[in-house]
Design a protein. Structure first.
Length: 207
């Protein structure tokens, strides 16, 4: 897969279009390797083959467009989405998203952009649950640019560390990116577990 990405993510001006497309598709199809593509482009920017600013802009705008398509799909196809994507056991995900959006919508929209798969559930779920679009767009705009900047800079500094060997720079940058994502997931899991234990230890309500 990495070799195929390197063929697409090159010094060509078309690269910015590919980054936009990858970031947009990734919002509704989590299997698209958008973050890997942005990191790879950042490494090439460190070698002067691409513009770091245009990488960030392409990735961020693509992510924002994709997230808003996901929101629109959720809003427009609400009955179908509930029936096919959140039926049965998966209804719990929608219940979780509804409660989380109600309690801390802005935080969730921003954090979900950095969680593979989480962004899709959150953006589509926000549409299904009729989360106010102006608020969604404002938080998502910030999330898109934070994500684009984060991924591009990881690649850029990885490329600077191995200017004579771009492939090593890509591998280092990806290792850092995956390490950060893994740390976020571990933190979320630990926090969720602490909450569950605290809830279990609470005395029953006798009122």
């Amino acid at each position: 897969m990495l070799n195929s990405l390197l063929d697409l993510i090159s010094g060509s001006g078309w690269t910015y279009g590919f980054l936009f497309l990858f970031a947009a598709l990734d919002a509704v199809l989590p299997i698209v390797p958008a973050e890997t593509a942005v990191v790879t482009a950042g490494v090439l920017a460190a070698n002067g083959k691409l513009s770091l600013e245009l990488i960030i802009l392409s990735a961020a705008v693509g992510a924002i467009v994709g997230d808003n398509i996901g929101y629109l799909l959720g809003r427009t196809l609400e009955p179908w989405v509930k029936r096919h994507l959140f039926s049965g056991d998966r209804q719990r995900r929608l219940d979780w998203a509804e409660q989380a959006l109600r309690e801390r919508g802005g935080y969730l929209i921003i954090i979900a952009r950095f969680i593979p798969g989480g962004r899709t559930v959150t953006t589509v779920g926000a549409g299904v649950l009729h989360y106010p679009w102006p608020r969604f767009f404002a938080f998502d705009f910030l999330a898109g640019f934070l994500w684009g900047t984060y991924a591009a800079l990881i690649g850029y500094f990885g490329g600077k560390a191995f200017e004579d060997s771009p492939l090593k720079g890509i591998l280092l940058a990806l290792a850092i990116a995956f390490g950060i994502a893994g740390s976020v997931e571990a933190y979320r899991y630990a926090r969720k577990r602490r909450r569950a234990l605290a809830q279990a230890d609470k005395p029953p309500d006798r009122g």
